[in-house]
Design a protein around this ligand. Structure first.
Ligand code: NAD
Ligand code: ZN
Length: 254
């Protein structure tokens, strides 16, 4: 069913939320646009401005690593000050109420954790951009540490002082393998769901986009909240093509 208006979407979603025991939200960049972080595929999204840097390029060239860090520090203005939006708060409310065991996210912005969901209950399929790690030894580095060295070297990406490996934001780039543990935890959560809510994802990035379908096939109700149509709208029990904040705001509890 495609909800004809926000009011109907909220009413139908409320029925589904109340009749479900295990709600698993699956989020994409759209939940964070109201927080000032642009998504990729909307008009004006990040990809209308620049081509992503593949993992193989990052490994192969110092210039690609320098450019990748230049972009990351340029992004800090929008990412750095971002606070959770209405969608994040609504999901944190379901979590606190014991209705939702955790969130699966494609986002890298740390805003689910910031909204009060315990880090171990946020399954990050594409990692996290609010810190960095050494690709070889796994040591974690904070962004101010990287920035200081980057600037001191006039825009050259630093290497790991321990092992000389490349230091990269803790995100999963195109061409980089998916984190195995996050993938298996996401699958586990998905199969446990009786209500699966895909929020703000264009559902075109695989394998992440496979989870809504997996949930549906294993018997969960599927809700899609996204202002643009997705490929899975046909199989969903409820499609809300409306603003995420407007649909989820009534689910926020203090
Ligand atoms: P996407 O950009 O492909 O799709 C976002 C979708 O959200 C679009 O279909 C858009 O129409 C919709 N949308 C945006 N704002 C909305 C709103 N207020 N209400 C309703 N719908 C809204 O994003 P994706 O599917 O998450 O895939 C992009 C990949 O890029 C992700 O895997 C993620 O790793 C990364 N990314 C993350 C962030 C972040 O962490 N905030 C931001 C940009 C990209
Ligand atoms: Zn190292």
């Amino acid at each position: 069913m495609i909800a004809p208006d926000v009011k109907t979407a909220i009413a139908r979603l409320r029925e589904l939320v109340e009749s479900s025991d295990v709600i698993v939200p699956f989020t994409g960049a759209g939940i964070s646009t109201e927080c000032g972080i642009p998504d990729f595929r909307s008009p004006g999204g990040i990809w209308t401005k620049m081509r992503p840097i593949d993992f193989s390029d990052f490994l192969a060239s110092q210039e690609a690593r320098d450019e990748s860090w230049r972009r990351r520090f340029a992004m800090e203005e929008s990412f750095g000050g971002a606070a959770p939006g209405r969608g994040h708060k609504a999901l944190a409310s379901l979590y606190r109420a014991g209705k939702s065991p955790g969130v699966i996210t494609q986002n890298i912005d740390n805003l689910h954790q910031a909204s009060g969901i315990a880090p171990e209950h946020v399954v990050e399929l594409h990692g996290n951009t609010t810190y960095a790690t050494c690709l070889d030894c796994g040591t974690r580095y904070e962004l101010p540490w990287v920035k200081q060295r980057y600037e001191a070297a006039r825009g050259r990406a630093p290497s790991c002082p321990d092992c000389n490996g490349h230091i990269k934001t803790a995100t999963v780039s195109f061409g980089q393998s998916m984190p195995a543990e996050a993938m298996s935890r996401a699958e586990e959560l998905t199969l446990s769901a009786d209500l699966f809510i895909a929020i703000g994802s264009s559902l075109v990035v695989w394998p992440a986009a496979g989870f809504p379908l997996m949930a549906k096939r294993s018997g969960a109700h599927l809700v899609i909240i996204n202002r643009e149509p997705t490929e899975f709208d046909d199989v969903a029990d409820l499609v809300a093509r409306h603003d995420i904040g407007a649909v989820l705001e009534p689910f926020i509890t203090a």
